[in-house]
Design a protein around this ligand. Structure first.
Ligand code: GLC
Ligand code: GLC
Length: 654
């Protein structure tokens, strides 16, 4: 780079230099005028930022201009190839940029094979999704994977083909179209931190191709790996110690943050950035509305650091975001950063990821259930719920992964809790070892050196339903169901897109049979990835007792009803949320305000009744008469509100 020029001038000059290449591409593809103009208008807008981001990442390379050209061509080519109906949606979304922050958004996630076998059959379930009230559907990774263990689809061997057991790319396109017509957005993973060891790039690297060896972090001996290890965390310590795997064929070490067959990509190499851009935009053009950016924290490595959440990781994602604005402007990013809450929010902005999992809220909801107290969740919510404009949380209770206790230790200290000890307690509680615990979870990735551990288990098993069924105790069953409804009462109202892990709406219990499959036995997360139990939906089924069916129905109906009510309460859109001080440690209270609509939520985390003064609710803005939207009970301020064990109420003015 010419040091005498400033970045904006350099950007402008480079843009001019690139113009003829762009024109050649328009020429060769026969792109029509409108398409060209749309792209170039957006390019003028995005270019100064995109140029700066790429300059930061790759500006010191002698071949920087060559890579810029390749990257821009990939984007332009992909825009030309983008199907017309998606282009139409893009144009629409440019003007409706907050569409995903609406109270109408409700999400579901599923594994295609476990839910309905394959993509063709999944299309028949669209009526089920509509019936439940979903407007967002995340299909767990469904791409071609390595044979044997594939980390639930997260070891991808080809991003452009679907696992043949599930269908074809055309099936995926058809499904996307059907979903769009039903008002349901399609969410797919962008697994860009690593490929499978049998991906074409990895195979070429194994074959000794130097170009592709530069796609990964490959070392002849332990010198570099050992230096890196000094500051690295272990993500899957029970799989293999450390972060590197010895490859017999190459006689070299490979960086593998997760499983040994998941090879981390080397984003310091601009060829990797460009190659994955191609895969990303290919995915976008199949009809994806939201890409879930997998394992964002790990994509950039630097000696002497934890190699998590590095500034360059943000630069890479922002550059991808800018390129998506060019080539698929309706596309949104969702961040999967299951890290410290301070780091989680750094991925969230309109220029990076517009949507993010909310792992802190998830963990603290389970924390509140275990302790029956709300001080830690309140402390955390008091300063962590707000996000930048045009962004939103995804609030979930369970997903395909484990639960990690990622709350902030300072938040804990503020309310007199020792973070380390508290995590030990929570792990004991959720593995059912703590006296009086109702939970049937199991450990995930227990690290014997650090004591660190995460928790696997389905929502129903963690909330006490499994234990209650085993003891055949009606009171305990009732309490377990109330806990599950309580948690949903919060994720559906607190601000963000609620996301259900499908199957949970029927209270499916842990599946202990996963150990029989050698490809799954070493990963306890399979305990909470059971097959959908369609028999619960039937009136009569030989394997479901009437009593069992009644419990499942109660759960499903309650969740379905809450979703329906949520969609009629404008106050729950967006993120505006204020805690209501209640002077009762067992109850969480907050208000949601949107224009003239106002909702107050009270949630009792105790297994005893709790009362809240009506006056508090009045001063929080509801006036003298108000109604619980969930039970249709009306109240007036002269009386105290009596909350039943684990009761949640959604109060609105009448
Ligand atoms: C993400 C996925 C998890 C997977 C990991 C590696 O965290 O959610 O299931 O094991 O990335 O791809
Ligand atoms: C994720 C997280 C980790 C999680 C794992 C999947 O990227 O960082 O906490 O447990 O991968 O299991």
């Amino acid at each position: 780079m010419n040091n005498l020029l400033d970045v904006p001038t350099e950007a402008l000059l480079t843009r001019r230099r690139l113009q003829p290449r762009l024109e050649a591409l328009w020429e060769s593809t026969g792109a029509d005028e409108v398409i060209v103009e749309e792209f170039e208008t957006r390019l003028d807008e995005v270019w100064p930022r995109l140029f700066r981001l790429l300059l930061e990442l790759y500006g010191d390379r002698y071949d920087f201009f060559y890579h810029l050209e390749q990257i821009l061509q990939t984007a332009a080519q992909s825009w030309v190839e983008r199907p017309d109906d998606l282009k139409k949606l893009d144009r629409h979304r440019i003007y409706e940029e907050d569409w995903f922050r609406s109270e109408k958004m409700v999400g579901g996630a599923l594994y295609v094979d476990l839910f309905s076998e394959n993509l063709g059959k999944l299309r028949q379930s669209i009526s089920y999704f509509k019936d439940l009230g979903l407007s967002y559907l995340h299909l767990m990774p469904l791409f071609a994977v390595r044979p044997g263990d594939n980390d639930g689809g997260y070891a991808i061997s080809n991003y452009r083909s679907v696992d043949p057991r599930l269908g074809t790319i055309d099936d995926l396109r058809d499904l996307g179209r059907d979903l769009r017509e039903s008002g349901i957005s399609l969410v797919l993973d962008f697994v860009f931190n690593h490929t499978s060891d049998d991906h074409e790039w990895a195979q070429k690297a194994q074959g000794g191709d130097p170009e592709f060896q530069q796609y990964y972090y490959i070392y002849p001996d332990r010198t570099m790996p050992d230096q890196y290890e000094r500051t690295l965390r272990e993500i899957f310590p029970t799989v293999r110690r450390g972060n590197f795997t010895w490859h017999d064929g190459m006689q070299q070490w490979v960086w593998t943050t997760f499983n040994s067959y998941q090879w981390d990509l080397r984003y310091t190499n601009p060829a990797v950035f460009r190659a994955m851009l191609g895969e990303m935009l290919f995915l976008a053009n199949t009809g994806v509305d939201i890409l879930r950016l997998d394992a964002v924290a790990f994509i950039w490595k630097k000696m002497g650091t934890s190699c998590e959440n590095l500034p360059e990781a943000h630069t890479v994602i922002q550059a991808y975001n800018a390129l998506a604005r060019l080539a698929a402007p309706g596309l949104l990013f969702k961040s999967e950063a299951i890290v410290h809450p301070d780091d989680v929010v750094r991925y969230i902005s309109p220029e990076e990821c517009q949507i993010s999992y909310n792992p802190t809220l998830m963990a603290l909801l389970w924390e509140s259930l275990a302790t029956r107290e709300t001080k830690l969740i309140r402390q955390s919510l008091s300063h962590r719920h707000q996000l930048p404009k045009h962004t939103i949380w995804v609030n979930y209770l369970r997903c395909h992964d484990d639960i990690g206790w990622t709350f902030d230790d300072n938040d804990a200290a503020q309310v007199g809790i020792n973070g380390f000890d508290h995590r030990q307690f929570l792990n004991q509680f959720y593995t059912g070892q703590f006296p009086g615990s109702f939970a049937h979870g199991v450990p995930f990735q227990h690290n014997i050196d650090t004591g660190d551990m995460r928790i696997s288990g389905t929502m129903a098993s963690l909330a006490g339903l499994e234990q209650a069924m085993q003891l055949d105790d009606d009171r305990l069953k009732d309490l377990a169901i109330r806990r599950i409804i309580l948690l949903h009462g919060i994720t559906l109202s607190i601000g963000g897109i609620p996301l259900l892990y499908l199957g949970e709406e029927w209270g499916i219990l842990n599946d202990y049979d996963f150990v029989r499959d050698p490809a799954k036995a070493n990963d306890t997360r399979w305990i909470h990835r059971p097959k959908m139990r369609w028999e619960y939906l039937e009136e009569h089924h030989e394997h479901v007792t009437p009593e069992d069916r009644a419990i499942r129905r109660r759960l499903f109906n309650s969740i379905q009803r809450m979703i329906k009510i949520r969609k009629e309460v404008p106050a729950v859109s967006g993120l505006n949320m204020e805690l209501v001080p209640l002077y009762n440690q067992h109850v969480l209270g907050y208000s949601r305000i949107n224009d003239s609509d106002r909702l107050i939520v009270l949630a009792n985390f105790s297994d005893y009744p709790q009362s809240v003064s009506g006056n508090i609710v009045r001063t929080a803005g509801l006036g003298r008469f108000f109604e619980d939207q969930l039970s249709n009970t009306t109240y007036q301020t002269s009386h105290d509100l009596e909350l039943q064990p684990y009761e949640v109420v959604w109060l609105r003015r009448v």
